[in-house]
Design a protein around this ligand. Structure first.
Ligand code: AMP
Length: 285
């Protein structure tokens, strides 16, 4: 069946209401568009568990800082519609910025603590923008469950906390990271990379692999692992480390020793492009 494009917020809300009244299970995949296999894996997962799959495409201005890439973020709705349909989406919801943030706009959702480290440290308003837009989208799409990627590990953890804290009546599903064959995590921002930078961008995955290798060999000291990861990232001249961190996968607090559920996350500038990647290791002893 052809995917249906809905741009109007009231139309999406009344469609969601009708679907719920008809007993349909709504699965939701929020995205900023320029869809790639990472997004599409989320859509396919939603397809398996839902009667109706809604994909939102909205480049959310409130999660970008003043000097970030909001204006040049890649956009191609026609391509996205085709890809979303192929992956099994029923509805693509693509509201306008004016409708999502009518002026004056004064209301934000803030998750404390978990938004301070990692990406929150270098992108001060990022998570406030994410939790606000996701709240709005949940109210509009009324999903029974929503799928997020582990690619944005901190984001998934923050959203899960928000859903618990604010009693959102829905489930959060977290889907694994989809990578290129050589290991680079798929991202809409990879389109910014020139061929040399595309090569250099592999240092994120290589650093994670090195960490895994050390951990498999019994290493449990964060300091030792971080030092080896930094060495790999710094081996390419185009790189600048934003952060490389080893944290508790629940609290996001730094760990000196790797124990329990551990998130190893990094954000690295490759030229003018900021890339993130991560790995979660569970039940380390
Ligand atoms: P974005 O359009 O970048 O906001 O991403 C929308 C959703 O797709 C988020 O839940 C991301 O975590 C997820 N996502 C992005 N890239 C990947 C990937 N390589 N693998 C899995 N999920 C991803």
């Amino acid at each position: 069946m052809a995917v249906r494009l809905i741009k109007s917020i009231p139309e999406m809300q009344s469609e969601a209401e009708s679907l719920r009244l008809a007993g349909k299970r709504i699965g939701f995949v929020p995205t900023m568009g320029y869809l790639h296999e990472g997004h599409l894996s989320l859509v396919r997962l939603a397809r398996e568990r839902a009667d109706v799959v809604v994909v939102s495409i909205f480049v959310n201005p409130t999660q970008f800082g003043p000097n970030e890439d909001y204006d040049r973020y890649p956009r191609d709705l026609d391509r996205d519609l085709r890809l979303a349909e192929e992956a099994g989406a029923d509805i693509v919801f693509n509201p306008s910025v004016e409708d999502m943030y009518p002026q004056p706009y004064h209301t934000y959702v803030l998750v404390e603590k978990l938004t301070e480290p990692l990406c929150g440290a270098s992108r001060p308003n990022f998570f406030r923008g994410v939790t606000t837009v996701v709240t709005k989208l949940f109210h509009i799409v009324k999903p029974h469950f929503a799928v997020f990627g582990q690619k944005d590990a901190q984001q998934a953890i923050v959203i899960q906390q928000m859903v618990r804290d604010l009693n959102f009546d829905l489930d959060i599903v977290v889907a694994p990271i989809v990578r290129e064959e050589d290991g680079l995590a798929l991202s809409s921002r990879n389109t910014y990379l020139n061929p040399q930078e595309r090569q250099d961008a592999l240092v994120l995955y290589r650093a994670l692999q090195k960490a895994r290798q050390l951990i498999d060999g019994g290493e449990r000291s964060s300091e030792v692992i971080l030092r080896e990861m930094r060495k790999i990232v710094e081996s390419v001249p185009s790189s600048r480390i934003d952060y490389i961190s080893i944290v508790d996968a629940e609290t996001l607090q730094d760990l000196r020793e790797l124990r329990g559920d551990v998130l190893i996350a990094l954000a690295v500038w490759i030229g003018q492009t900021r890339l993130i990647d991560n790995m979660i290791l569970r039940g380390l002893r």
